[in-house]
Design a protein around this ligand. Structure first.
Ligand code: EPZ
Length: 518
């Protein structure tokens, strides 16, 4: 069954294996404990065996947001329910009045949005994830109004929302961003101290810069009040239109797709994202009665419908988690198999690993075997150059774990991060393990090694999701003990990472850190 990815079909009444528990309350206490946990890894190690891949985090987040469009229940299978991002999205839906039935064991979530009576999701939950912002599209489309907090998520660069705002305006929405700026609060824009002048034209850009400033100036007052207020300008609903995205943003594409699917008339979106998650969303929308054409290409044509019904949907496997385990096999010079995985979603990585000297075998429809065992790769894996770019280019989410691998390959490699402007934070931590990396702007020059075990264990801190997993991979091959704190970031996007690695033979333990270790 795992092979039939993201199928969706109209929901048959009462055909559901209903959940054990009702509306689990997510104890915030849990989060703190998570924050205080560390991972202790003893290396170097070799892995072997098979690893199952969970449902896609990024697909689940936009599919869960899309349930807000549906006038009756949606049943999602294979949802990575153990991720803190999934839980944050469920809290956002619940804060709007959606009814959620959850089956952790079967990885099933039943969402009924009939009871949605609010258009302002819980701000606190919004701050936890980027994906929460996607709800602005379906709320506007279905209820003609939305008041949404500016998104949180990984601090990997300026993450403005200007494309969302301008795209929604092109669909007939009136949109503004509010900030409460206190006179004594000056913003640090880049290396300049400036007193903000709030005017319509740069509010969206401000959205990005202000976020940055909040992080550096640690001024929560402002953060709490950054919101986007939107309503349909004609007071009736959104209207079909055309919009060209300056950059093929995944989130903006998904949000505008959802908004346009219930707009009056036809919408044409050009230079859109082509990521597999966008195709998953289009499949879900079409099976809920929408008319979305062109997903996977750089142009979308959407004929709006006045109502969408619910559907049953299977969340496809997480291509980034699969790619991470392929890199784990390479960095530990191991042979492991991975499934379910869609090879075409990872063709860039597969090409690079083959250049390095790995042997990649497709065992069957959805299983890949990655081998980097010495018998297969003679002396050492070779380095390679990487430049991240939107799909089908090399995924930016795999850049940090790929860099960890390159620190163990022979020869030097150039890693260019072109999607986010501050996604090299993991370099500092890898250097603590003895990695030789030079950074200039968004480009890193990685000096490899003739032998892989040139890294040595140390105490590290994860600062974001993918940067955190890069430290785990490096810890698997570093001599001695590596301790990683800040692993709450990793739990946002990897379900049971330590357990899966233990099953592959890694010596990795999760423990509560003493305050001094944090
Ligand atoms: C999605 O983020 C993913 N997140 C990210 O995964 C992923 O890295 C990214 O796409 C790129 O593949 C989710 O799906 C929840 P973007 P998103 O909008 O949508 C600029 C992970 O680790 N931009 O495609 O936020 C922006 O600044 C996460 O799982 C604008 O300029 O990414 C960035 O440079 C991290 N204006 C670029 O586009 C806008 O209005 C790409 O961002 C929006 C974006």
């Amino acid at each position: 069954m795992a092979t039939s990815l993201c199928y969706a079909k109209p929901l048959k009444p009462f055909s559901l294996r209903l959940p054990q528990t009702q509306n689990p309350q997510i104890p915030t206490q849990t989060t703190q404990i998570r924050e205080a946990e560390t991972l202790t890894i003893t290396g170097p190690t070799q892995l072997s065996g098979h690893v199952p891949i969970s449902g896609s985090k990024n697909s689940s987040l936009c599919l869960l947001a899309a349930t807000l469009l549906c006038s009756n229940s949606c049943l999602l299978h294979n949802v990575p329910t153990g991720l803190s991002d999934t839980k944050a999205m469920l809290s956002i839906l619940r804060s709007l009045g959606a009814k959620i039935e959850f089956n952790e064991r079967n990885k099933e979530i039943l969402v009924n949005t009939d009871g949605v009576g609010r258009v302002e999701p819980c701000l606190e939950e919004m701050r936890k994830i980027r994906g929460g912002f996607f709800v602005i599209g379906p709320l506007l489309a279905r209820f003609g109004e939305a008041v949404v907090g500016l998104p949180g998520g990984c601090d990997i660069g300026e993450r403005p929302v200007d494309l969302y705002v301008r795209g929604l305006r092109a669909l007939g929405a009136a949109v503004e961003i509010t900030f409460k700026i206190f006179p004594w609060q000056f913003l640090i824009c880049g290396n300049r101290l400036c007193k903000p002048t709030i005017s319509h034209s740069n509010t969206e850009k401000m959205a990005g810069i202000a976020n940055f400033c909040i992080i550096t100036s640690d001024d929560t007052g402002l953060q709490r009040d950054g919101r986007v207020l939107a309503h349909s300008a004609n007071g009736k609903g959104l209207v079909g239109g055309s919009f060209h995205l300056d950059f093929p943003s995944v989130g903006a594409t998904e949000t505008l797709m959802m908004a346009a699917s219930m707009a009056d008339g036809v919408t044409v979106l050009s230079n859109v994202a082509k990521e597999p998650e966008v195709i998953d969303l289009a499949r879900f929308l079409n099976d809920s009665g929408a008319c979305v054409y062109g997903a996977g290409s750089d142009k979308l044509l959407i004929k709006g419908k006045c109502q969408l019904r619910g559907c049953e949907c299977y969340v496809p496997p997480d291509r980034i988690e699969a790619g991470t385990f392929m890199l784990a096999a390479a960095i530990t010079r191991s042979l492991i198999s991975i499934s379910p995985v869609t090879p075409s979603h990872l063709s860039c990585l597969i090409d690079k690993l083959k250049i390095a000297g790995c042997k990649i075998t497709r065992c069957n429809n959805d299983t890949l075997e990655v081998s980097a065992i010495p018998e297969n790769v003679c002396e050492n894996l070779r380095g390679f150059n990487v430049r991240t770019s939107p799909f089908p280019g090399f995924p930016t989410d795999l850049q940090p774990p790929t860099m960890a691998l390159l620190t163990t390959c022979s020869g030097s490699s150039i890693v260019e991060e072109s999607v986010f402007d501050r996604r090299l934070g993991h370099v500092r931590e890898l250097q603590k393990l003895g990695a030789k990396i030079q950074v200039c702007g968004s480009t890193a020059l990685v000096f490899g090694r003739e032998t892989r075990s040139a890294l040595h264990g140390s105490q590290l801190r994860a600062a974001d999701l993918r940067g955190g997993v890069a430290l785990v991979l490096a810890g698997l091959v570093a001599e001695g003990t590596t301790q990683i704190s800040g692993i709450g970031h990793i739990g946002r996007g990897y379900e049971n990472l330590d357990t899966k690695l233990q099953f592959l033979g890694a010596d990795i333990k999760r423990s509560i850190a003493m305050a001094s270790q944090l």
